[in-house]
Write a protein that binds this ligand. Structure first.
Ligand code: NAD
Length: 247
């Protein structure tokens, strides 16, 4: 199948986890794909890697410009996957102002920065689509995730607002809401737990399927929302959570 033949895509946070699986899937389906990441050293052909920090506007603008030029579409970008993000644990009492500013800067403002730099190029596409990585944390009321949930709630609202703002320009904007996904991030979280096996079992039990979601399963949902197959869908959140919210 080659849903993305001739299309050009940019994936933030594409050197690891969900972003990496997404970049690889889009490339396997025919897209030319550029990855923006803090550390793109592990990014291999056919993916193109660019070092950028989504909290630094200059680095974002330079990396987006370089990626769009190298993708070879004469300034056209078809797909933007806003995926870079970081976590935070604790109740509202546990995170100080510095942590709040940091997580919101990466997860929310970072998304706005990359989108701002990419929009002039997306406007040139006949199939423009943006997919933001949100989370079930946006709506599930998870314990011990106050700051992270607030950041993903903002991502959900941003997705809806961007969809409304750009629908008449032919740019679709959707998001995916993953449950707990088996990525290096969750590996780090489990590694820091007092009893990693028990913590993993608890995370698995939280999802009705009894297992963690795979990065490839999230990538599949992202690819659907990024492809012309979902051409009439905008302003939607697609849950990829093993039934957590639906059952
Ligand atoms: P990950 O840590 O495996 O990958 C995240 C990538 O983002 C890394 O390559 C990292 O270098 C990059 N990144 C982080 N900060 C950056 C910055 N300032 N600038 C540029 N790149 C930066 O994590 P993952 O689990 O694949 O998570 C990816 C996205 O999925 C995040 O937005 C996260 O909130 C979301 N998500 C993850 C889960 C989960 O359970 N893993 C669940 C729901 C949502």
């Amino acid at each position: 199948m080659s849903d993305f033949e001739g299309l050009r895509a940019l994936v933030t946070g594409g050197a690891s986890g969900i972003g990496r699986a997404t970049a690889e899937l889009l490339a396997a389906r025919g897209a030319r794909v550029a990855v923006l990441d803090l550390d793109p050293s592990s990014v291999e052909k056919p993916l193109l890697g660019y070092r950028a920090d989504v909290t630094d506007d200059t680095s974002v603008r330079e990396a987006v410009a370089a990626a769009v030029a190298d993708l070879g579409g004469h300034g056209v970008l078809d797909v933007l996957i806003n995926n870079a993000g970081i976590g935070a644990q604790g109740t509202v009492e546990d995170n100080d102002d510095e942590q709040w500013h940091r997580v919101l800067d990466v997860n929310v403002v970072g998304m706005a920065r990359v989108t701002r730099a990419a929009l002039p190029h997306l406007r040139e596409s006949a199939h423009a689509a943006i997919v933001n990585t949100c989370s079930i944390a946006a709506t599930a009321g998870l314990p011990q995730r106050a700051l992270y949930s607030a950041s993903k709630g903002a991502v959900l609202s941003l997705t809806l607002a961007m969809a409304a703002d750009h629908v008449r320009e032919g740019i679709r904007v959707n998001c995916v809401n993953p449950g707990t996904v088996d990525t290096p991030w969750v590996g780090r979280l489990l590694g820091a737990a007092a009893d990693p096996a028990a913590e993993r079992a608890a995370l698995e039990a939280r999802q009705p399927t009894g297992r963690l979601v795979s990065a490839a399963e999230v990538a599949g949902a992202v690819a659907y929302l990024a492809s012309p197959l979902s051409g009439a869908t905008t302003g939607m959140a697609l849950a990829v959570d093993g039934g957590m919210q639906g059952l």
